[in-house]
Design a protein around this ligand. Structure first.
Ligand code: GLN
Length: 277
C-alpha cells in the first residue's frame, strides 16, 4: 500500500496540473480512472481507499507527463468519441467532441439502408467507426494517407469488432478511383498554417499534417469538395467539418461547384462546425 488515498491522489494531482491545464481536476480523474481501471463513480464512492504502491507510482508518472504538457489522451492511450473508446497515439488528431456533431448530422441524412459511406482522412477511424456502430447495414470505407493512421484505424476497427468497415491507405480519393458513394464525410486539416493556437496546449503534440492546410486552411476542404462530385451518386451528400469562420466561404464554394441545399450545422458550443451539400 502507498499510504495515499484516492482523494489525496486526486488533490495532489490537481495541484500539480493547475498551472498547465484548465481542466486540471478532470485530467486528474481521467488518469486515475485509467490507472485503477475503474469508473468515475468509483473515485467518488471510495475517496478513502488506499492506492497500492504500484498504482501510486504509475499515477505520479502520468501526472508528471501531463504537467509537461502531453495530452491526457496520449498518456492513457485512449479517448472516448461518440460511445466508443478509441486507441490514440501521436500519429493522428485526437478525436474532438465537436466532431460528434458531424456524426449526428450524417446519421440524420436520408440515405438507403445499404448506404456506402466514405470517410476521408480518418485518423483514429473515429467518424467511420461511429457511423458503422450506429448503422451496421452501411458499408463504410475509411481512408488515410498516413500509414500509421491506417494501422491505428484498423486496430480500432478490430478492437470494436466493426468488421464491416474497410480501411485503406489513400491520398484522399486515390484508392477509391471509380467507386461511388451515397455519403462522403471528412474532418480534414483546416487550420491556417500561421494560426497562433498551434503553439498552445494539446495541439502541439498532434501532427501538423492532420491540422493545417494551405490557403488559409481551405486547400483540403476545397480539394475534397471539387473531387467528391465524381464519387457521389446523384443525390448523394458531402459533409465536412471546418473552422467556425470558414462556413460562409465554404458554402459559396460548394454552391459554385453545383452542390445543392448547402447548409451549415453548429456544434454544441454554437459554432458553425460542418457544412453539408
Ligand atoms: N478543431 C480542431 C482544432 O481546432 C482542428 C481539427 C482539424 O484540423 N480538422 O484543434
Amino acid at each position: 500500500m502507498s499510504g495515499i488515498s484516492v482523494g489525496e491522489a486526486l488533490n495532489w494531482a490537481s495541484v500539480q496540473l493547475e498551472r498547465g491545464s484548465d481542466s486540471a481536476m478532470l485530467d486528474a480523474e481521467v488518469m486515475l480512472q485509467h490507472v485503477l481501471s475503474v469508473s468515475r463513480t468509483y473515485l467518488f464512492t471510495w475517496p478513502d481507499k488506499d492506492l497500492s504502491a504500484e498504482h501510486w507510482q504509475a499515477y505520479m508518472a502520468m501526472v508528471n507527463e501531463r504537467a509537461k504538457g502531453h495530452p491526457v489522451a496520449h498518456i492513457i492511450g485512449e479517448r472516448e468519441f461518440w460511445s466508443l473508446s478509441l486507441l490514440v497515439n501521436n500519429t493522428t488528431l485526437i478525436p474532438r467532441p465537436d466532431t460528434e456533431m458531424l456524426v449526428e448530422t450524417a446519421l440524420n441524412l436520408k440515405v438507403p439502408d445499404n448506404c456506402r459511406a466514405l470517410d476521408l482522412g480518418t485518423g483514429t477511424g473515429a467518424i467511420a467507426l461511429a457511423l458503422a456502430s450506429e448503422r451496421p447495414s452501411w458499408q463504410v470505407t475509411a481512408v488515410d494517407k498516413v500509414d500509421d493512421a491506417v494501422a491505428l484505424a484498423k486496430m480500432n476497427r478490430d478492437k470494436l469488432a466493426l468488421s464491416q468497415v474497410e480501411v485503406l491507405q489513400s491520398d484522399w480519393f486515390s484508392a477509391v478511383e471509380g467507386r461511388q458513394f451515397e455519403l462522403v464525410v471528412s474532418n480534414p486539416p483546416y487550420i491556417d498554417e500561421r494560426d497562433e493556437h498551434l503553439s498552445q496546449g494539446d495541439v502541439r503534440f498532434e501532427p501538423l499534417s492532420a491540422l493545417t492546410a494551405a490557403d488559409e486552411g481551405f486547400a483540403d476542404l476545397f480539394h475534397i469538395a471539387t473531387q467528391a462530385r465524381a464519387y457521389l451518386i446523384a443525390g448523394g451528400y458531402l459533409l465536412m467539418e471546418h473552422g467556425y469562420q470558414q462556413a460562409q466561404v465554404l458554402r459559396e464554394k460548394l454552391t459554385e461547384l453545383g452542390y445543392q441545399d448547402v447548409a451549415t450545422v453548429r456544434d454544441f458550443g454554437s459554432n458553425d462546425r460542418c457544412t453539408l451539400g
